[in-house]
Every structure is written in C-alpha cells, then in structure tokens.
Design a protein around this ligand. Structure first.
Ligand code: AMP
Ligand code: MN
Ligand code: MN
Ligand code: MN
Length: 276
C-alpha cells in the first residue's frame, strides 16, 4: 500500500527546507506520493518534481490557498493542478499581493503592543521575496524572546483577539475552487479542526463548499486528534466529499508530525486519490 502525504511546505512559502530537500526527506521517511502545497504559490513545484522523478516517488502538484469565509480565514488545498494555468497563477498572485502591506500592519500592531522592529525582524526569515507570512513573524518573536517556540507564538500573538493580529481579505471560496478546477485540480478543505466555528458553522462551510463544487476534506492532519479524524471522516461521508491526509509539515522542530508520519485514513471514506 502506498504512503500518501498531501500537504507540506517549502522555502517557497513558510517552510524551512528547499523543495528538493523536502522531497529528499519524504523519500527517507517512506512517502510514496507527496504533494508540495506552498501557501498561495506554485513556484517550488518545478524543483520538487525534478527531485521526485530522480528519487523515484510521485510528486503531486499542489498549493494551499488562503480564503476569507465570513470573518474567518480558511485554507483550501489544491491537488493535481497544472502550475502553468493562467487562471490559477493570476488568482494566486492576487492573493499574495496583499501580504506585504498586511505584514506592515501586523508590525504596527506589535509595535503598539511594545514589540518594535517586527517588520524587519520577520523579513530576515522570509525565504521567498514573493511571500511573507505570520510564520515569519512567529520565528522573529521566538528569536526576540517573546515566546519559547513557534508553536507557542500563535496562541499569544498572531491570532484573532491578540496583539499582532490584523484582519485581512483573501480570496472567496468560489474563486479559490474555481481557480483550482480551471487548473484541473481537486479542492480540499485543509485542517477543518482548526477553524473557530460552531458545529452549525462547520456544516454551513461544508455545504457551501459542496455547492461550489469542492472535492474533498482533509480528514487526517497533524492539526487533528484521532477523535477529530473520526469526526471529519463522518462529515466527509455525509457531505459526499473525498478524504485527504497531510502532515502540513513546515520543518524539523516546528511540526508535530513528520513527513509521512500520519495515521491511516479512517475506514469508510473515499480517498481523494481514488481516481489518480
Ligand atoms: P498566514 O498565511 O500569513 O496567515 O500564516 C499562516 C501560517 O501560520 C499557517 O500556515 C501556519 O504555518 C502558521 N500558523 C497559523 N496558526 C498557527 C498555530 N495556531 N500554530 C502554529 N502555526 C500556525
Ligand atoms: Mn504555513
Ligand atoms: Mn493551513
Ligand atoms: Mn499548510
């Protein structure tokens, strides 16, 4: 049986390793099918594809799109896309275009909270001039002694209601799914267990996602407990969505589960790779 890991990051967004190094680690860890899914970006895929071909594993071209849904941000993973598709690449460029201005606003709110120099501090950690993310701020805040590790920073600084959070408008759900489909890919709701919504809100999200043609739900994720995997497997069955699995790996020391270290999909779901 093949080992799938369909969600991870490289230096082309907020991961710590270059695409070829991510692929090398996946091979070492026994992954057979890997999707590289950098935030709002496809520029790392060429390097990843070459490394995967040389190493004898399958690389699925992916991305993780930032989406505003009501007043929360959700992530939609794209799998099996054509990275050259113009609708998709232009859409991703639109999503990325607000990031630097947002980073300035994040730095301003941190300055107001008594943390100076955060913009410059975060930029030191940026590895692609095309993309600055909250993760880069998190790494700066750890370096500057405001938190012990990146995993702690978000609870205290960069999430809603905390200093260092600013609201931001990303793509809409129909836009994101439309771009992914235009590029021949499947749209997957990433780590649903992370969203701050009620049970009713989750059903509303999944039903809107189905209405716009969404394909799958990330049932197994490093963000989920075993109980949540079972819960989201049920949601996938009820809503007729396929099931995906991804470690959401960002780098050594920064992730709960390593590449390829995920448990299997719960029984009774249709895997997102069924027709691959
Ligand atoms: P951004 O797209 O700039 O809003 O940054 C989002 C990224 O921050 C996510 O992809 C994660 O890598 C990281 N992140 C967000 N929330 C958390 C959290 N609670 N714990 C750890 N990392 C997080
Ligand atoms: Mn990330
Ligand atoms: Mn995400
Ligand atoms: Mn991710």
């Amino acid at each position: 049986m093949s080992r799938y890991d369909l969600h991870c990051h490289s230096t082309h967004s907020d991961g710590l390793l270059a695409p070829a190094a991510v692929v090398a680690r996946a091979i070492e860890r026994g992954v057979d099918v890997l999707a590289l899914t950098d935030h709002d970006e496809v520029s790392g895929l060429a390097e990843a594809r070459e490394a995967a071909a040389a190493g004898g594993i399958t690389l699925v071209c992916g991305s993780e799109l930032s989406v505003s849904w009501g007043n929360i941000t959700i992530h939609v993973v794209a799998l099996g896309i054509d990275p050259q598709n113009a609708a998709l690449t232009e859409g991703l460029e639109t999503i990325r275009s607000g990031r630097t201005a947002r980073a300035r606003r994040i730095a301003d709110t941190l300055a107001n909270a008594g943390i100076p120099g955060a913009f410059e501090g975060a930029m030191k950690y940026v590895t692609s001039e095309r993309l600055v993310s909250r993760t880069h701020f998190a790494r700066f805040l750890v370096e500057a002694g405001y938190a012990r590790e990146v995993k702690d920073v978000f609870n205290r600084y960069l999430t809603r209601g905390k200093p260092g959070y600013v609201a931001h408008q990303w793509a809409t759900l129909p836009q994101a799914v439309g771009w992914i489909h235009a590029a021949g890919g499947q749209a997957v709701i990433a780590h649903p267990g992370r969203y701050d919504v009620s049970a009713t809100g989750m059903r509303r999200l999944l039903s809107e996602f189905c209405d716009v043609g969404g394909d799958a739900l990330e049932v197994v994720s490093s963000s989920h407990t075993p109980a949540q995997a079972v819960e989201f497997a049920t949601h996938a069955r009820v809503f007729g969505l396929r099931a995906s699995c991804g470690s959401d790996w960002h780098g050594p020391e920064e992730s709960w589960i390593d590449l390829g270290g995920l448990p299997e999909l719960p029984a009774g779901v249709v895997p997102v790779w069924k027709d691959w």
